[in-house]
Ligand binder design. Sequence first.
Ligand code: TYM
Length: 329
Amino acid sequence: MARVLSGIRSTGKLHLGNYLGAVTNFVKLQHEHQCYFFIADYHSLTTHPTPSNLHQHVKQVLVEYLAAGIDPEKATIYIQSDVPEVPELYLLLNMNAYLGELERTTTFKEKARSQPDNVNAGLLTYPVLMAADILIHQADYVPVGKDQEQNLEMARKFARRFNRMYKTDFFTIPKGFNFGNKLIKVPGLDGTGKMGKSEGNGLYLSDTNEQLRKKVMKAKTDAGPTASDSTVSEPIQNLFTIMEIVSKPEVMESFKADYANCSIRYGDLKKQLAEDIIKLIEPVRERIEEIEKDDDYLKKVVKMGTEKARESAKKTVDEVRHLIGFRPF
Ligand code: TYM
């Protein structure tokens, strides 16, 4: 039985990228493996949410995780800030994380550029906190999207470094994974780049069918293929990429064939894509609407998750403290 850990920052509603990159298929693993799903609320503090937004966003991710099918009796679902062992491990790992390597992280460099007025130390040590999240449960596998590949590589590096420094093989070296053997990147519908919360191009799990249809129909396209130029432009490739994930293979093939013989109608492609996305999202949205009303249930879930997560986290931190040389008097 492997240990699998998936995390999502509490910065708002989940979009299709989060769902496909880190949740949907992994929920199935809870039946055979020891799965941890958690809400990274400390990580969200790097952008200074207001107190009421912070709580609202944590609740939203919790509800949406549950709506995606997590069974709190089988898997462990918890909130990062409910587990004080996580910041303790973060502190200990920080002692072996070096300024140069943290400054060179792509996500840090991007944030430093996009929010020059708020280049805080939390941003710099973001990968260390993420490593603490992963190593605290000795995760073997971490479902993540392509954008988290480098952070995951840092977690592997910190684990190996600790093992080397203390001459131990205590830390499991975590592996990133997704179905198929590549990490995925769900693109946005605005032509370039990934679907993301800060990009404002999300298809959200809580969107109504009408909202989803509207967003898909507005997706960027191009003037269409011609006999002399059949290179696929980025906006069209992005639509195909999403279609490949959400639609049946034969549907995908038929549109690809239409593209190849220049008879494709982008309007038809988008209509089909919208309906296939709705098929995936609609049942989740219906469960979101039910679960979000049930505060007693949410309270019970969080209590149970915190207890299970702390039990596993405490074991790790106790051993790490011992390896480092802390001894009780
Ligand atoms: P976050 O909250 O930005 O995203 C949560 C998960 O969704 C994936 N994801 C995507 N996958 C495919 N295509 C996309 N367009 C897309 N957008 C987002 C992300 O790769 C991620 O797996 N730092 C993390 C949260 C975190 C974490 C962890 C994750 C904190 N500690 C420990 C795993 C393990 C983050 O900001 O993800």
